[in-house]
Write a protein that binds this ligand. Structure first.
Ligand code: 13P
Length: 294
């Protein structure tokens, strides 16, 4: 079976010079389509859920959809909680079986961010769960979490010092990207990604992947980024595929939900496949991984 730990996947990518796609899934259909895209290109994949998705779908339902798909998968799949400022939700997904969480302390001043991150790390590590940390805010609102204004930013040295002191496993620094669709060209901090990946002995995560070009992704990967988050691109592919199908249904007066599911899955597979290739993750899993039937 290919249920894996996020940190193992990302550490392996870091050593080998590519980035693992971390895709915000919203339901069982998007879980399945995302994993199918990874299987078709022999890439590891991280499925991640927003707090909103956990609240809407439920931690147990999401975990069992993840487990059923990951167990049948021929590539490694892990489950991660995206931006979470609430230790109660973190505890809930740790209990449900997630292998990693992003504790988002970017709304807090430094001293409080350090103290709360340290507490979350202690609890998570006791359960064998890895912690991604964000103390600078990456601009843009993602499923109700975050802000459009940069409220906290620190020097590279401060970020590294806090990461070491709080014992976090992955670092999500501000790298010039933003969540959601860009309304103007972002000023990408590729040199900062390079500096941090040299200064810090743990993986660097790039948020706000939607809207970057292949060349920009490649530059970030060469700079040492080893997990890249994609959310808006999946949501858009999901909804536009559904819309195209429903417009056709109206025209033809044929109403078949399973065809709708197929069209959504196909749209999601295509967009995730494109990102897998851009991140250099295609063909990084050997074909000999045993497939275990559920
Ligand atoms: P996008 O919505 O811009 O793809 O960002 C995803 C992300 O960073 C999730 O944490």
């Amino acid at each position: 079976m290919s249920i894996e730990k996020t940190l193992d996947l990302v550490e392996d990518a870091r050593r080998r010079g590519f980035a693992v796609p971390a895709v915000n899934v919203v339901d069982e259909l998007s879980i399945r389509a995302t994993v199918e895209a990874a299987e078709s290109l022999r890439s590891p994949i991280i499925l991640q859920t927003s707090v909103k998705t956990v609240r809407t779908v439920g931690a147990e339902a999401l975990f069992s959809a993840y487990r059923a798909t990951a167990r049948r998968s021929s590539v490694p799949v892990s489950l991660h909680l995206d931006h979470c400022p609430d230790p109660v939700v973190i505890q809930r997904v740790i209990d449900a079986g997630w292998s990693s969480v992003l504790y988002d302390a970017s709304h807090l001043d430094l001293d409080e961010a350090v103290a709360t991150t340290d507490r979350v790390v202690t609890v998570a590590h006791q359960a064998g769960v890895a912690v991604e940390s964000e103390i600078e805010n990456i601009v843009g609102v993602e499923d109700g979490v975050g802000s459009d204004e940069a409220t906290h930013s620190y020097s590279d040295e401060e970020l590294v010092d806090v990461a070491v002191r709080t014992r976090i496993d992955l670092l999500a620094p501000a790298l010039g990207t933003a969540h959601g669709l860009y309304t103007s060209a972002p000023e990408l901090l590729i040199d900062r990604a390079r500096r941090l990946s040299i200064m810090l002995d743990r993986p660097i995560v790039l948020h706000g992947g939607t809207g970057l070009s292949d060349a920009e992704f490649r530059e970030f990967v060469q700079a040492g980024v080893s997990k890249i988050n994609i959310s808006t691109a999946l949501k858009r592919a999901y909804m536009e595929s559904a819309l195209a199908h429903l417009e056709d249904s109206r025209k033809s007066n044929q109403w078949e939900p399973t065809r709708l599911f197929d069209q959504i899955a196909s749209g999601v597979r295509d967009v995730i496949a494109r990102h897998i290739v851009s991140f250099g993750a295609a063909e990084t899993v050997s074909s000999s991984v045993p497939v275990v039937a559920s």
